[in-house]
Ligand binder design. Structure first.
Ligand code: ADP
Length: 351
């Protein structure tokens, strides 16, 4: 499929330079699946007057040839990815975009969503890292089957770097690697904040397109500390239909919208939106009520990103150390659509 896309791109000529997009080196990255094509074009000149026209032409061309795929064309300008100076020169400096996954309460599936979102972004062809900052219940090591992992330290240009676990091609760093489950309560407050700072700035992430950050549930000091350490580009809020109406979700929205914080909200995901039993895959039982997320999204002017059903594979995937998006095609597709929307929203913000 990638070859086919390249052949198409080779037919598009840049009017000024006279070269086609492939041989002119404009194609930075192609990520293609049946469901989605994400293409990054880089124009060496900033404000290239032909960039928009070329983007439209390419979008049209891809849409014509791959009618079933969602097409996203990202335009980047200049020699390097535009990114404001990070607050601290840290190992997080090589990360293009940071997406925080938040929830009003625990148990709504925030960690499951973060894990599957990371897998979906990987499936779109991006280099992905996952930072598990949920000090109250770090569950990513289990979700990715790396529970026993003990991070090594490595010297890099004279500074100590912590080596992340790698699972499903995703670089994973979790507060869970440093604490025992029974310790969790002790780690609240200053200790956890310090440990998180180190994880953020000293992890040997390498170059990443996206870092997904699994925040603790609720809103609190730990959030403010993470927000001040990491330049988060977008927040995703996860809720179940039941929890949707409660004040915690709204508090989450308000936290990101706070003047001092000002993190764009990519949208709300409704998890456990309905139940589908394995033997009746086409049936939907709205056991927790219906449509709550759309309503809240509309009320607060926040995009609605999509709904994830309550399915066994999602629960089992978490238990078995392989997120369902990686093994269950139905789940995978839902997550890919959501990931596409998030990528679109993050790129549009262009912060
Ligand atoms: P949180 O991070 O919000 O505390 P988790 O992601 O740990 O929540 O999810 C809580 C439990 O619900 C886990 O056992 C998980 O496997 C399960 N779960 C989450 N989302 C789904 C879903 N859509 N379908 C089935 N089980 C789910």
């Amino acid at each position: 499929m990638e070859e086919q896309i390249k052949r198409l791109l080779a037919t598009v000529i840049h009017p000024e330079t006279g070269t086609d997009l492939v041989s002119g080196g404009y194609v930075e990255r192609i990520a293609a699946s049946e469901a989605a094509i994400t293409l990054t074009l880089r124009f060496p000149k900033s404000r290239d007057p032909f960039a928009v026209k070329i983007k439209n032409t390419v979008e049209q061309l891809l849409a014509e040839h791959f009618p079933s795929a969602k097409v996203l064309v990202i335009v980047r300008e200049g020699g390097a990815a535009p990114r404001p100076e990070p607050k601290v020169r840290s190992s997080a400096a090589d990360i293009t975009r940071i997406i925080a996954v938040a929830s009003g309460k625990g148990g709504v599936g925030k960690s499951t969503v973060a894990a599957n979102l990371a897998v979906a972004l990987r499936d779109l062809g991006f280099r992905v890292g996952l930072l598990d900052a949920d000090i109250y219940g770090p569950s990513q090591p289990k979700m990715f089957g790396v529970e026993g992992y003990v991070p090594d330290a490595e010297q890099e240009e004279g500074v100590d770097r912590i080596v992340p676990a790698v699972a499903q091609e995703i670089r994973l760093m979790s507060i869970g690697f440093f604490i025992r489950p029974t310790d969790a309560l002790l780690w609240r407050g200053a200790m956890a904040t310090n440990a998180l700072k180190q994880m953020i700035h000293q992890t040997k992430w390498g170059p990443l397109d996206f870092l997904v950050c699994d925040l603790p549930p609720g809103t609190g000091d730990i959030h403010l500390s993470i927000i001040s350490e990491l330049k988060i580009d977008a927040a995703v809020i996860v809720s179940t239909p039941q929890q949707m109406a409660v004040a915690d979700v709204v508090r989450g929205i308000e936290m990101f919208r706070n003047e001092q914080v000002a993190i764009p909200i990519a949208g709300i995901i409704e998890n456990m939106a309905w139940f589908t039993p394995e033997e009746l895959p086409d049936n939907r039982y709205y056991i927790f009520g219906r449509g709550g997320a759309r309503r809240v999204a509309g009320e607060y002017g926040v995009p609605f990103l999509g709904e994830i059903p309550l399915v066994r594979s999602l629960m089992e995937g978490g238990e078995e150390g392989r997120p369902a998006a990686a093994i269950d095609p139905r789940v995978g597709e839902r997550y890919r659509e959501i990931a596409d929307r998030i990528v679109g929203s993050v790129m549009k913000e262009g912060r």
